[in-house]
Design a protein around this ligand. Sequence first.
Ligand SMILES: *[C@@H]1O[C@H](CO)[C@@H](O)[C@H](O)[C@H]1NC(C)=O
Ligand SMILES: *[C@@H]1O[C@H](CO)[C@@H](O)[C@H](O)[C@H]1NC(C)=O
Ligand SMILES: *[C@@H]1O[C@H](CO)[C@@H](O)[C@H](O)[C@H]1NC(C)=O
Length: 370
Amino acid sequence: MLPKKKNSSIFFMICFVLIVILFYSNLKGHKRKAPKRPNSLEQRYIVNEVKEITSSSSSATSSPQTQNNLPTVFCLIKTHPANIKINKTLNIYRVWGHKCDNYRFITLLPEELRPQNPTDTVEVFDNFYMIQPKGLVRENHDDLSLKLYYSMIYVYEKFPFYDWYYLVDDDAYVNVRNLKEFLKDKPSNESITYGYNFKVIVEGGYHSGGPGYALSNAAFVTVSKALKENINNCPNSGIDDVDVSACVRKYKGKKGVSMDEYGRERFLVLSLMTHFTGSYPDWLAGYSENQLQKGLNCCSDSLVAVHYMSPRDVFRLDLAIETQKNTLNLHDDYLKLGKNITFKNIIKNYIMLLDIEDETNNYKDLINFK
Ligand SMILES: *[C@@H]1O[C@H](CO)[C@@H](O)[C@H](O)[C@H]1NC(C)=O
Ligand SMILES: *[C@@H]1O[C@H](CO)[C@@H](O)[C@H](O)[C@H]1NC(C)=O
Ligand SMILES: *[C@@H]1O[C@H](CO)[C@@H](O)[C@H](O)[C@H]1NC(C)=O
C-alpha cells in the first residue's frame, strides 16, 4: 500500500512538472510563432518610410534594377473605396498591378483605414499599397486632378528613379510586359508620354486616362517638381488626363506615337470587344488622332492596355494572352515553328474563354477572322 501510494505521488509530481514544462514551452513557442499582425490601425500606416515591394533590392535613393534590359515602370492606379470593398481593386493588383516594378493605388482610404484629419499624404498597406493623397476628404469627380497631383508629388519624393510612370484607372487591363517591351527603346530621359492619342482640347493633343499612359522619368519629374513648387503650376480643370497632358506640354514635353507598324492601336480607349467589332460611339472619330479601325486591324499583336474592362474581362484577357504565349513557347520547343503571338489568336482565345465561362457560343458568330 505505502510504496504504491509513494509511487502515485511521485507520478503526480512528475506529471505536474511535465505540465509546467509543456505549458511554458508552449507559451514560448506561441510567442515565437505568433504572426506579426499590426494590432492597431496606426501600425498599418507607413508614413515617411520607404517600403519597396520589388524583388530587386532597389531603394528610393538609387536607381531600381532593370531586368532583361527592360525599363522599370512605376504604376499609379486610381481607385476608390467602393471598388476596394468589392475586391475590384484587389483583382487589378493580382492580375497585373503586382507586375509593375512598384505601384501605389491612389484612393480615399476605406473608412476603417482612414486616419482622422491627416495633414499630408498617407500610405497604408492592406492587401496592397494605397496612398490617400493630401487634401482628399471625399471622392469627387471635380477633384481628380488634385488627387493625382498630390499623389505624383508623393511618389516623386519617395520614388524618383523609375524609368517610366504609368498613370491608369482601375477598370483597365495592362500587359506590363508588353508595356516594357514597347518602352524599351524609348528615351526615358526626354520628356515624352505614350498612350491612346486624342487630338482635341489640349494643344498638341492628350492621352486618354482610361487605358492609362506612360510618362517618361523626365516628364514625370518635370511635372511633379513643378507641382511641388506650386500646385497651381499645372492646370486644374478637374479632368486629370487633360490636365496632366496640358502640363507636360507646358513644360515642353512631347506626345509620342503608340501605334504599331501596321497602324494598329496598342492602347485601347474603349473595351476590347468595342474595338474589335468597331461599335464606336459617334464622338470618338472626332477625338481620336488615328483612323478608327475594326476587326483584326483594330489592335496590335503587342497590345498594352485596354479600358472599360470588368474584373472578369481583365482576368480573361490576361489568360488569353499569357496562355497563348506559353502555348507558343511549348509549340516552338517542340516543332521549332517560331510563331509569334498575334492579335488574331488573342481575340480568338478571349472569345473562346468567354464562351467557356458563360456556356455560350459567340465564337461561331465571330469566326470570320480574316
Ligand atoms: C475580398 O477578398 C478577401 C481576401 O481574399 C476576402 O476575404 C473577401 O471575402 C472578399 N470580399 C468580397 C466581397 O468578395
Ligand atoms: C538621353 O540619353 C541618351 C542616351 O544616353 C543621350 O544620347 C541623349 O542625349 C539624352 N537626352 C537628354 C535630353 O539628356
Ligand atoms: C517574331 O518576332 C521577332 C521579334 O519581333 C522577329 O524577329 C521574328 O521574325 C518574328 N517571327 C515570325 C515568324 O514572324
